[in-house]
Design a protein around this ligand. Structure first.
Ligand SMILES: Cc1ncc(COP(=O)(O)O)c(C=O)c1O
Length: 437
């Protein structure tokens, strides 16, 4: 048990423990309010979303679909979910949308339930190449007892080797060809893969957890028009809503749509966290207004940040492709499996910059990787632009290249952040208290 904050011990009173929890939550808020949140899977929620997730909906149930419930008292929630389904279909340009899933992982489990049976084959990107744990035998793929074959990887281009992936699909003849990663710098050339998959009767499942906001904003790729049958994703990464998931499909077939809905409820959810569903609906409405601009600014910032880091002397991956076309930037800090990425992440944390270590091509150990995966979606959300990206790159260099004491850099990090406390790309922009408490 760690006890970095507060004075509780296992023998403390329950009230002391509860107060310590309140204090730790406030401290965690302060860390991000005064620091730079740069974990690529995170974001902050708008004031309107903050309000609705603290509403009475938190304690309620609504199993089923709008108008077809197993509980009374759902009329108002039916309105909320119906608006949400319509907004999701519009924002993601999808004939089908289910907004109930409680996370990206739950969306993946539901999709795999709908698309495959235990013992079936699946093809996906390996976790070593950036695939998510839910694409692996240790995660949802294993939970569904699917046989996994992984695509060959093109390190130079940081995407699946497309000819190799198509060859694999044609020889394995999987039920599901899964595309998408947690390390996701560039759009996947989907059309050829989808052609190969459909040729052998496989469905194409695109995990857009990280890039959903970029897809909806029209700046990454358009999987449903490029051959994906189903998109899964989180509602809280580049799509800036509360924690949760989405399930989308290009299918107009009511029987297939029903299979997807049933895979979420009753397949993998009973209560599906109504307050977060309502938060997703507000976030969808805000995205309809501001999403395109937000997505465009994120990618512009990521490109700018990557170039600025390279100019400071960092080893930034995928130089030949312009470093990135998403919200992510990858940097290597030492030899493969050296643990240099872990050390860099700790030093940055001491300076108030929150990142995560990440395996890069050639690394084999998740706890001692050589790299960092950096995301600019949260900094963009509080109004930072290209000028600030250069400042942030300089702060990185002071800590990681010039060896300056992180605690002295921390003051400048807080200074920069103090000018960026208002959450942008949302309703009530001019009338808000900013970061969640
Ligand atoms: C590609 C991918 N899929 C799924 C997930 C899981 O999302 P969640 O944390 O919402 O369960 C992640 C998480 O980062 C991810 O990177």
């Amino acid at each position: 048990m760690t006890n970095k904050r507060g004075a509780w011990t296992p023998d403390s009173s329950t009230l002391t423990k509860a107060q310590t929890v309140m204090d730790a939550a406030a401290q965690s808020g302060n860390l991000y309010r005064n620091g730079l949140g740069m974990i690529a899977s995170e974001n902050i929620i708008s004031p309107m979303v903050q309000n609705i997730i603290a509403s009475d909906l938190h304690g309620r149930y609504a199993e089923g679909m709008p108008g077809k419930r197993y509980y009374q008292g759902c009329d108002d929630f039916d309105t909320i979910e119906s608006i949400g389904i319509e907004l999701a279909r519009s924002v993601f340009n999808a004939p089908f949308a289910n907004i109930q899933s409680t996370s990206g992982t739950v969306s993946n489990i539901a999709a795999l339930k709908a698309l495959a049976q235990p013992g079936d084959d699946i093809t996906a990107v390996s976790t070593a190449d950036g695939g998510h744990i839910s694409h692996a035998r240790m995660g949802a793929v294993g939970l569904r007892d699917l046989n996994l074959s992984t695509y060959p990887w093109n390190e130079e281009r940081m995407e699946p080797d497309i000819d190799g992936a198509c060859e694999l699909i044609r020889s394995v003849e999987p039920k599901v060809a899964l595309i998408g990663q947690s390390v996701f710098l560039f759009p996947t050339p989907l059309k050829e893969i989808a052609d190969a998959a459909h040729e052998v009767g496989a469905k194409v499942m695109y995990d857009g957890a990280h890039v959903l906001g970029l897809i909806a904003g029209g700046v990454f790729q358009d999987p449903l028009r490029e051959g994906a049958d189903v998109i899964t994703g989180s509602s809280h990464k580049t799509f800036p809503g509360p924690q949760g998931g989405f399930l989308l499909s290009s299918s107009e077939d009511p029987a297939f749509q029903k299979r997807l809905n049933n895979a979420v409820f009753p397949g993998v959810c009973s209560s599906y966290h109504l307050h977060h569903v309502a938060g997703k609906v507000i976030a969808l409405a805000e995205f309809e207004e501001y999403g395109e601009a937000y997505a465009k600014d994120i990618v512009q910032n990521a490109k700018h940040f990557a170039s600025a880091l390279a100019a400071e002397g960092f080893d930034v991956l995928a130089e030949s492709r312009g470093y990135t076309a998403s919200h992510q930037v990858l940097t290597r800090h030492g030899g493969k499996d050296s643990g240099a990425g872990a050390k860099a992440a700790r030093l940055l944390e001491d300076a108030g910059i929150i990142t995560n270590m990440n395996m890069l091509p050639g690394d084999t150990k998740a706890l001692t990787p050589s790299g960092l995966r950096l995301g600019v979606q949260e900094l963009t959300r509080v109004g930072m632009g290209p000028g600030e990206m250069e400042e942030v790159a300089r702060l990185y260099a002071r800590v990681l290249i010039h060896g300056e004491d992180p605690s002295s850099v921390k003051n400048d990090v807080a200074d920069l952040k103090s000018n960026h406390q208002i959450i942008r790309y949302c309703f009530n922009e001019e009338n808000q208290s900013g970061y969640p408490l």
